[in-house]
Design a protein around this ligand. Structure first.
Ligand code: SF4
Ligand code: SF4
Length: 436
């Protein structure tokens, strides 16, 4: 279907996208590492509970941990071999998580589920749950839960915006796995009972737009290139004109959004019986010798990926897991890929352009550009004073989508995202104590 133009949304910023570094690198499957360490927290919600112990033999696709409740996801071995350890390690956020360590036997034996032929909506949802699929656009929300919304849904939007600078994983998937993404989207739409399937793609990816225009049952929306176009609410408004209000879910407006990588994972789970045991990510930045888009087993050490991409071209000023706007700065490469990992960036001195924060200038630029109409300077001010109630009340913190626009535009380089994440963590801890 010929592409139509998307609408403008309030706020957002124009960022240098730096995608030229990796966009022409075709998807590449790296050889499996000798050892993987798989975290039990692989989704939004509770960590999974390990069901293997040291000495157990596993194949790629064997269940190694069970979801703990509805908002959690099953976890699978990503290589064949022997479980050598189940213990706690530090994660990229500095907190502890349980990891299952598997020493690969190099045989790559698989244990997948049987493929489904002409599945019913119920069978698709069950397969998505059994495959441990979570949203791969970043949030990691269990996909099967999203496929059973509380309101009727008429539209599925495939999120192909990929507005984060540097990241080109979705770009390559859209070019190289177009058919699989569309089939995955059809399964999701079928399970939801959604009559319309749309894909939103930023206008700076005309080759991807052309690739999807050939499907009669997919409406292509060419989106303005502005950050955060890939935010759910921003994408829904741009593609359909529907406004998801604060506190509402997309389904309340009849829409569900799924990232292109999630659609692909659903296709592979249905047609191949493959569970979520691999991740595709972009490795980029001036400080990596060979920028690339790679497929690796979940649990692959970051140090191994860097080595496979030629090592450091120069000592990076900053390393980031994810994209530069929403990712997490990391201090070590002794960390491990998760289902949701979309990028690993090694940024040079010039790219990182790190500056020391100064006092807030009360310029209001952070609020003026916030696509969610929030007051991030209030969150930062009150949270630094330990006044979490006012931080939330006057900053609107709990509606923040952590897009990073406020910090990007702040002339004083205030660490606004950190303040927002700290405030949300404090609220969640308080709710847990209160049993909410
Ligand atoms: S307050 Fe949240 S939603 Fe608003 S710009 Fe900052 S990170 Fe984005
Ligand atoms: S943009 Fe930065 S300096 Fe300006 S009000 Fe917001 S936090 Fe303060």
């Amino acid at each position: 279907m010929k592409a139509v133009k998307g609408k403008f949304f309030f706020g957002g910023v124009h960022v240098k996208d730096r995608k030229f570094l990796a966009k022409d690198a075709p998807l590449e499957e790296l050889p499996a590492p000798p050892e993987v360490r798989i975290a039990m927290t692989q989704s939004y919600g509770r960590p999974a509970v390990p069901c293997v112990k040291a000495g157990d033999s596993v194949k790629k696709g064997s269940l190694i941990a069970r979801a703990d409740g509805t908002i959690s996801s099953d976890v699978f071995a990503s290589v064949s071999g022997e479980v050598t350890d189940v213990s706690e390690l530090e994660t990229e956020c500095g907190c502890k998580d349980t990891f299952v360590t598997i020493r690969s036997d190099g045989r790559g034996e698989e244990q997948f589920m049987p493929p489904l032929k002409d599945p019913s909506p119920e069978e698709i949802i069950k397969r998505v749950r059994d495959a441990g699929i979570v949203g791969l656009g970043g949030a990691g929300f269990p996909s099967a839960v999203k496929m059973q919304p509380r309101s009727e849904v008429d539209t599925l939007i495939i999120n192909g915006a990929e507005c984060e600078p540097y990241l080109t994983r979705d770009y390559r998937l859209m070019l190289e796995r177009t058919d699989d993404i569309v089939r995955g989207a059809r399964y999701i739409a079928g399970a939801l009972g959604a009559a319309d399937v749309m894909i939103g793609i930023e206008r700076n990816k005309p080759d991807c737009i052309a690739a999807f225009e050939k499907y009669d049952d997919v409406k292509v929306v060419a989106l303005r290139k502005v950050y955060p176009m890939g935010g759910e609410k921003q994408l829904i408004y741009s593609a359909t004109g529907r406004k998801v209000k604060l506190g509402q879910l997309p389904a309340d407006e009849g829409v569900i959004v799924n990232n292109v990588a999630t659609c692909l994972a659903v296709c592979e789970a249905v047609e191949l019986g493959k569970p979520a045991c691999e991740a595709v990510l972009t490795v980029s930045g001036r400080s990596i010798a060979r920028p690339a888009n790679v497929k690796v087993p979940v649990g692959t050490p970051l140090s191994y990926i860097i080595e496979q991409c030629g090592g450091e071209a120069e000592a990076p000023k900053k390393a980031v897991l994810g994209g530069p706007m929403t990712g997490v700065a990391i201090k070590s490469y002794d960390l491990y890929v998760k289902k949701t990992t979309s990028g690993l960036l090694l940024l040079s001195e010039k790219e990182a352009a790190a500056e020391e924060p100064t006092a807030c200038l009360n310029c209001g630029l952070c609020a003026d550009n916030c696509p969610m109409h929030l007051m991030p300077m209030n969150t930062a001010f009150y949270s630094s004073a330990g006044d979490i109630d006012n931080a939330v009340k006057l900053g609107g913190t709990m509606y923040c989508i952590e897009c990073g626009v406020c910090e990007y535009v702040c002339p004083a380089k205030r660490p606004l995202i950190q303040a927002i994440r700290n405030t949300k963590a404090a609220v969640r801890a308080k709710n847990r104590e209160g049993g909410k």
